[in-house]
Design a protein around this ligand. Sequence first.
Ligand SMILES: [Zn+2]
Length: 298
Amino acid sequence: MKYLQKLLLLIITFILVQTTAMAGNLRIVASLPALGQIAQGVAGEFAEVKVLAHVGQDPHFVPPKPTLARHLAHADLLIAAGFGLEIGWLPPLVDASRNNNIRQASQGYLDGRNVLNKVLGKPQGKITRELGDIHPEGNPHWWMDPVNGVRLAEVIAERLSQLDPLHADIYRQRASNFAEKIKMRIPQWKTSIQRFSPLVSYHNSYLYLTQRFELHVIDFVEPKPGIEPSTSHLDALVSKMKQNNVQSVWLEPYHDGSMVRKLCELALASCRSMPDAVQGEGFDGYINMFDQLAAGGK
Ligand SMILES: [Zn+2]
């Protein structure tokens, strides 16, 4: 009987320890799937990671539903792309969450400004509405360069080390292993993806990717960022594509539609739906995205 009592006590203690450990876990929220995958890769079992946008969703326009604000309410760390990408939907969610720990400039907020050495695509000169629905702070689609993905992992490891010093070595080791993996894969990705150059892309979502892998983007389906193309713009684009022997049009999965498919048909080019995130857990999900991009998307 005594033995049974001891066993029961042991089981109860074990459950209590487990529950306490779980309650002590960090809570991370990422605005976008690829950022969440990198965070999950670094944090592993020591954090619960929630992602606000889903795979395939347009990151410029995410409906700010109350459920998303609830995810933010108890977050210890919010990871965003920044540079105005989420400006239309993330600030209202942070306000609604009433969580001051994740406001910009606080310890619990991190975005591309903490990651990048250099922002690409910053418009020169005076910024007016004439330029379209432009990203005036520079191009925010920086996670499309795997080297920036590595930098993000390193920044997350440092931030988590401050929030949870007990596991600092593990976080840093994971970021370093990820860096090695990415470094090994870059040459293969570069060789595969270069076969699509020169190309046209719908929105300028691939700037960091095309610079890393030295691809030539001759023009965009959008005449200006966020502006729908007119028939005359599309006609001119077809001629330009033929002159430059462009055989690929890259489009974000959320821009796939009959108009762009018609353009590909007229220009005798392949429309390629090139994801900015794919389904997958942790680092593997992020790495799979480049495998899919290198294979030419869908
Ligand atoms: Zn954009």
